[in-house]
Design a protein around this ligand. Structure first.
Ligand SMILES: NC(=O)C1=CN([C@@H]2O[C@H](COP(=O)(O)OP(=O)(O)OC[C@H]3O[C@@H](n4cnc5c(N)ncnc54)[C@H](O)[C@@H]3O)[C@@H](O)[C@H]2O)C=CC1
Ligand SMILES: O=C(O)/C=C/C=C(\O)C(=O)O
Length: 480
């Protein structure tokens, strides 16, 4: 049994109330460890540690902060195999994905913000004719809260923590209780890199206990959250009357719009990834596929052949394409949507069933599933499923595809496949999303603004946007 502890003020602690949760391995359904279900008192201790570290950390020269962040990045890379194994075991994702995407990206997050902070500058405004100059300070907020989900555990945890500490804040952070292991391992790595104690504090537990205690804390004045839209709304309800700064990165129901004039081979390969990478558990996955009528039949045949060739299996096997879903509860939620699709009269073109892997019978395996829908106005096309399930539908005109793409309550990302530049630019202007990919998917440049509109969230992460979120601008006006 592996016991996870809270990381507070540079050392590991049991929860004060001795309340523990089970940690499951979704690949085989076993309980393989336990983690704290931390109370408001544990969060308070984390806050006190962060508060006392703040005066010194916020005054630490940028070069020194940068050096520590880059050292953390190097240590993450040096521990790649160990961290990837831990991530795969906790989450069910293929080890290959954890090794090539999750852990390298966590390292990149620290390296990127370690460098970005040395380039971050504030504005000045010369008030011509008024004999005055204004300059704007960008000061760290103080103690901030970072709450992350289970789908890309260390990747998204560090995507918040790295800019927060780079900007001079101290952090109380909570990873998902479903995938706590790599966040736990991060504590030691930060200590080894020389991050002063109290700058980063990691508390584990349920959202409704530990997470809510962070959001309700009267002196944690900014919350950066990634997770479900309902949870985001609940957090906003508590945080808004307390005038906290909020960054909410929430769900998506992203359109993948395929035109007959696209580079077909590239589109097909990428669409397999954008549909099923990480078992479809990425908020950016293109879960609604709209295909222009002239190539619809061909696409359907080719796509299904490729989906059926994907290897579902043990996440620790390096050849596995589709691992386990994150939990039994989540798998049941996804399966309920497949049932809804059948009840609504849609056609399951492939997949739709649980998979029994020999020796891993209690694991959470589900076939990648493609559902052909008659109309966009149905539950499987409007609600976030967040699993290995995509819908397929033909369209005749660009305006029709655009109307369907924008028809959902979400507005995170969209993908457009076309070789017509005018069309690509026209659609990019009109799509109601925070991110548009043209002839690619999930090509990430960490400098770009990242986030959604409508029910997909509030605010932007990434690049200087993240450093702006984690700082307060203060204008100073000097008359001469
Ligand atoms: N970025 C995204 O788009 C993600 C979307 N989801 C969606 O959300 C659905 C629910 O998944 P969950 O694991 O339940 O996500 P969630 O939104 O409940 O969990 C995300 C994080 O928020 C915490 N949390 C939960 N309730 C909280 C509260 N009241 N106050 C503060 N923190 C709280 C959780 O402990 C976790 O650390 C999924 O089925 C999926 O549809 C889930 C993960 C990521
Ligand atoms: O920053 C990225 O590259 C990806 C972020 C993905 C999510 O926020 C998500 O899937 O929840």
């Amino acid at each position: 049994m592996k016991t996870i502890q809270n990381y507070i003020n540079g050392s590991y602690h049991n929860p004060l109330n001795d309340d523990w949760l089970d940690n499951y391995c979704p690949a085989d359904g076993t309980i393989y460890g336990k983690l704290p279900n931390s109370s408001a008192e544990d969060v308070e201790n984390a806050y006190i540690a962060a508060k006392s570290a703040f005066p010194s950390w916020s005054q630490t020269p940028l070069e020194e902060r940068s050096h520590i962040l880059i050292k953390i990045s190097e240590l993450l890379e040096a521990n790649l195999q160990r961290l990837a194994e831990a991530e795969s075991m906790d989450n069910g994702k293929p080890i290959g994905l954890a090794k090539t995407v999750d852990i390298p990206r966590a390292a990149s997050n620290f390296r990127f913000f370690g460098n970005a902070i040395t380039q971050f500058a504030s504005e000045s405004h010369e008030s011509v004719g008024m004999d005055a100059i204004n300059y704007t300070l960008r000061q760290p907020i103080g103690v901030v809260g970072c709450i992350s989900p289970w789908n890309l555990p260390l990747y998204l945890f560090t995507w918040k923590i790295a800019p927060a500490i780079a900007a001079g804040n101290c952090v109380v952070a909570k990873p998902s209780e479903v995938t706590p292991m790599t966040a736990y391992l991060l504590g030691d790595i930060c200590a080894e890199a020389g991050l002063p104690r109290g700058v980063l504090n990691i508390v584990h537990g349920l959202g409704t206990t530990t997470g809510q205690a962070i959001v309700e804390h009267p002196d944690i004045m900014a919350i950066s959250f990634t997770g479900g839209t309902k949870t985001g709304a609940q957090i906003a309800k508590i945080a808004a009357p307390m005038f906290k700064k909020l960054s909410l990165e929430l769900g998506g129901k992203n359109p993948n719009m395929i035109f007959a004039d696209c580079d077909y081979r590239n589109m097909l390969e990428t669409t397999i990834r954008s549909s099923f990478a990480n078992q479809g558990q990425i908020c950016l996955c293109g879960s609604r596929i709209f295909v222009e009528a002239p190539i619809y039949k061909k696409f359907k045949t080719d796509f299904i052949a490729k989906v059926e060739a994907l290897k579902i299996g043990d996440p620790s096997n390096k050849d596995t394409d589709i691992g386990a879903l994150v939990s039994k509860e989540h798998m049941e939620k996804v399966m309920a949507y497949i049932k809804i699709a059948k009840e609504e009269g849609h056609t399951v073109l492939c997949g739709g069933n649980r998979v029994n892997i020999k020796g891993l019978e209690k694991g959470c395996y589900l076939e990648p599933t493609v559902i052909e829908v008659e109309s966009d106005a149905c539950r499987v096309n409007q609600e976030e499923i967040f699993g290995p399930v995509v819908t397929l539908m033909p369209f005749n005109r660009e305006e029709e595809a655009l109307q369907m793409a924008n028809s959902v309550k979400y507005g995170l990302s969209a993908t457009v496949w076309t070789s017509n530049l005018s069309r690509a630019m026209r659609l990019s202007n009109q799509l109601q999303t925070g991110i548009v990919w043209v002839n690619t998917w999930m090509l990430r440049d960490l400098r770009t603004p990242f986030g959604g509109i409508k029910a997909s969230g509030v605010g932007r992460e990434g690049g200087f946007e993240a450093l702006r979120f984690f700082t307060e601008p203060k204008n100073v006006c000097i008359k001469y």
